[in-house]
Design a protein. Structure first.
Length: 170
């Protein structure tokens, strides 16, 4: 089988595996519990859930699986996005294992959306202003980082990622 065909087959297999593993899991790894609204009485719990989602995705040393990370990102029902996610995770595995995150602020915009300012920590060193501000949304009853936030992170590695494919804006 030619190299590109093998790569495509491996990519499709990994998409199927991640999709199967991600299933109905929540960002925090709990059952189907409704996410706390970003409103007066539940704002602190919502901010904690948003912080948790960002840590699941961006805290490499914590050892979360790709399926757990995918469950904390909006849009992972899109096979093309999952394929891109898996490809970048494989290509950047060493860097991702030494990357963590500091969530600096979460500002509720609505009951189900929030703006998130965070700092990527690379090999123990904070990198202020490297990552653009992000967003969070309740998706499937769970607080998740938005697909656009993750695509913006992908663009730090390769700016052309946002010009076509699952990270391009229509």
């Amino acid at each position: 089988m030619p190299r590109t065909a093998r790569a495509a087959a491996a990519l499709l297999a990994s998409v199927a595996i991640v999709a199967a593993l991600a299933g109905p899991a929540t960002a925090a790894g709990h059952g189907p519990k409704k996410a706390p609204a970003c409103a007066d009485g539940t704002r602190k719990a919502a901010i904690k859930a948003i912080d948790s989602a960002y840590n699941i995705i961006l805290n490499g040393p914590a050892g979360f699986t790709l399926a757990q990370k995918a469950a904390a990102i909006q849009g992972t029902e899109d096979p093309a996005f999952v394929a891109l996610f898996n490809m970048i995770a494989a290509q950047e595995q060493a860097m991702l294992m030494t990357t963590s995150v500091q969530v600096n602020s979460v500002v509720c915009v609505t009951k189900s959306t929030a703006n998130v300012k965070y700092t990527l920590v690379l090999s123990g060193k904070p990198t202020p202003n490297l990552a653009p501000p992000g967003n969070a949304i309740i998706d499937g009853g769970v607080w998740k980082a938005t697909k656009s936030t993750v695509c913006d992170l992908f663009a730090l590695l390769n700016p052309s990622i946002v010009t076509s494919g699952p990270c391009s804006t229509p």
